[in-house]
Design a protein around this ligand. Sequence first.
Ligand SMILES: N[C@@H](CCC(=O)N[C@@H](CS)C(=O)NCC(=O)O)C(=O)O
Length: 222
Amino acid sequence: MAIEVFWGSGSPFAWRVLLMLEIKRVGYESRLIEFSKQQHKAPEFLALNPRGKVPVMRDGDYVLSESLAIMAYLERQFPEPALFGRSAEETGRIWKSLSDGFSYVEPLMARIIGPVFFGGVAEKADDIRAAADGVRTELGTLNGTLGRQPWLAGGAMSAADIALYPWVELLLRAAGREAAAPLDLGLLPFDSRFPALQAWRGKFRALPGYDRTYPPHWRAAA
Ligand SMILES: N[C@@H](CCC(=O)N[C@@H](CS)C(=O)NCC(=O)O)C(=O)O
């Protein structure tokens, strides 16, 4: 029985897991959970993850939630290509970058993405602008890193790239929304402001299997 992945369209956490599976060329059964139908709060899903969040992975009798935990599991089950490093130094650099992402970069991005997609832009405008200042600084740092080396943690794509990539896409989707226009987030045009990050996005889009990971409702709305 193939690994099953329960995911939601546009969830950056779920997108990481799909990318990891595609990059490792692991076959999997896609179980798309529809948030609009509250499928993530249905008893069958809560039995897999009582928090009612995607992603969830099921491999035989083994069920796991939390995107980074699933990525770590997949790395042990399917070691090639190595995405958490081959040496202590590489592993340290990858976890440093992952930790920068979930500790500092992603929470700032979430303060922009949340109100743009779910409402409250006018009330939260000051906080969004403050978050955007921080995001620009963080993206500038990442852009500098990617100007010196091909991937966030060195010469090879790693879990650090895979974990951050969906957040960048989600941020840019939010930045392009009409609701974000009055905020002047200073993120667009992305390719001239952050050219190395733009080139890095292009490498993701060129991955075999990338299309299968792309949020279906984004495509439908395009
Ligand atoms: N820390 C979790 C976060 C998962 C998460 O927040 N998933 C969101 C989608 S982006 C979700 O399922 N939200 C539904 C809800 O909370 O009701 C992970 O890394 O997997």
